[in-house]
Write a protein that binds this ligand. Structure first.
Ligand SMILES: [Zn+2]
Length: 416
């Protein structure tokens, strides 16, 4: 019984001997590199619960300091004492002066260059200001750390085989996030209003709001305007969207083309606008009508699915008023309706496309013929009538020049 009680602590001690001692490891590190409390503590972040890295680092420094002092009092100050005390910075100044009769040389932290403490003091306020300026209440902190700082930290961990450390990036994200929350903001990991990227050591805090998507049906009453999928920002309607959402960039999904000279009416074109750098947090509610200079977007959530649909499976429905010089309206009607079900090949703007004319139904109105033509979205209706780059075409079938005097797009719909 007595034997066992004595044995137990001895066993535990011998087991400890094989485990690296953090105070000895910290002494070895400080014999070579000057470190601030926080950067030293971070190398041992996995040890101790509920401590900050600054507390860990200070505790290690104090332990080392007392060991050196005890050894010095016994007349056995270790050879590394001068270097280690110097690299500890302010904490060891008093003992250094007592042992060596002068003030220690001032050395900056090898990892953070003495910038981290001040950074963690001043950055949370900048984060809070950025989030409020962008109209948000919830946030998340992202960190970008100078690669040279990261390299120095990694090198040090590898050199001393320190496996329980935390990265400086992780400490910055956690500490800045915690302190910004104390200023009245709320962290949201899943859907923050604003992600604020903080840069170390510069101290910049840049808001990176998430992308805003507005889906709906696009219609256009004016023939002289068109929305270009390549340069959407040059259009009055997209300018209006940019202004409403205080965004800096806009892109469009689901719009193959918006032809000049053709109105877009009726069912319209399902599109999704992607707005970047937005200061507004959510899309306008379903049913909102956004209008500018004869063009409009009716906000509709389910339009997103249609805009995402495989564009090869969408059909455009047009109303075309057709006139052909030297052909009677009855001839035009007959020829136009014979296009139904035919596969057409077109070469437009250097690209060759092919698709099917799904429907062609006409009415004679005086000298003119009004046709409803639906065709695969890839095909161009004007060319199908005029024959420029299109085979077959109405002009080709008539042997006479046919033109689409007026065209309206009545809808873009999925192929059933
Ligand atoms: Zn440091």
């Amino acid at each position: 019984m007595v034997n066992n009680a004595l044995k137990a602590p001895l066993l535990r001690l011998s087991a400890l001997e094989r485990v690296a001692d953090p105070v000895e490891q910290a002494t070895a590190v400080l014999s070579k590199y000057p470190l601030c409390d926080r950067c030293l503590g971070r190398l041992f972040a996995g040890l101790g619960r509920g401590l900050s890295n600054a507390e860990r680092g200070r505790a290690l420094k104090l332990s080392i300091l007392m060991r050196i002092h005890a050894a010095a009092l016994a007349g056995q100050a270790p050879g590394y004492a001068k270097e280690v005390l110097t690299n500890m910075g302010q904490t060891a100044e008093g003992l250094y002066e007592q042992l060596f009769g002068s003030r220690p040389e001032r050395r900056a932290c090898y990892i953070c260059n003495d910038k981290l403490d001040e950074f963690l003091e001043s950055t949370p306020e900048k984060v809070a200001r950025a989030v409020r300026e962008w109209g948000g209440t919830t946030f998340l902190v992202g960190a970008s750390v100078d690669p040279e700082v990261v390299q120095r930290e990694e090198k040090l961990k590898a050199e001393f085989k320190l496996a329980l450390g935390e990265s400086i990036k992780s400490e910055i994200k956690r500490e800045v996030g915690k302190r910004a929350q104390a200023l009245g903001l709320r962290v949201d990991f899943a859907r923050p209003d604003v992600v604020v990227l903080v840069r170390f050591p510069s101290g910049d805090a840049e808001p990176q709001p998430r992308r805003l998507m507005i889906s709906g049906v696009y219609r256009k009453l004016r023939r002289d305007l068109s929305l270009s999928p390549r340069e959407p920002s040059l259009n009055p309607l997209t300018s209006r969207l940019l202004e409403m959402t205080q965004s800096s960039r806009v892109g469009i999904k689901g719009l193959v083309r918006d032809e000049r000279g053709v109105r877009a009416l009726g069912l319209g074109i399902p599109v999704t606008f992607l707005l970047g750098g937005s200061r507004v947090r959510s899309a306008p509610p379903e049913g909102t009508m956004i209008e500018s200079e004869g063009a409009s977007l009716e906000v509709k959530g389910d339009a997103a699915a249609a805009a995402d649909e495989d564009l090869a499976r969408r059909v455009r429905v047009y109303r075309c008023v057709i006139y052909a010089e030297g052909a009677s309206p009855a001839e035009v009607k007959l020829a136009a309706e014979s296009l139904k079900g035919r596969e057409a090949r077109q070469k437009v703007m250097g690209r060759t496309v092919s698709g099917v004319v799904r429907e062609a139904a006409c009415n004679i109105v005086g000298d003119l013929v009004e046709c409803l033509i639906s065709l695969d979205e890839k095909l161009y209706v004007m060319e199908l009538v005029s024959g420029r780059g299109s085979e077959p075409s109405l002009s080709g079938l008539l042997g006479k020049e046919a033109t689409c005097v007026e065209a309206d797009l009545l809808g873009v719909i999925g192929l059933r």
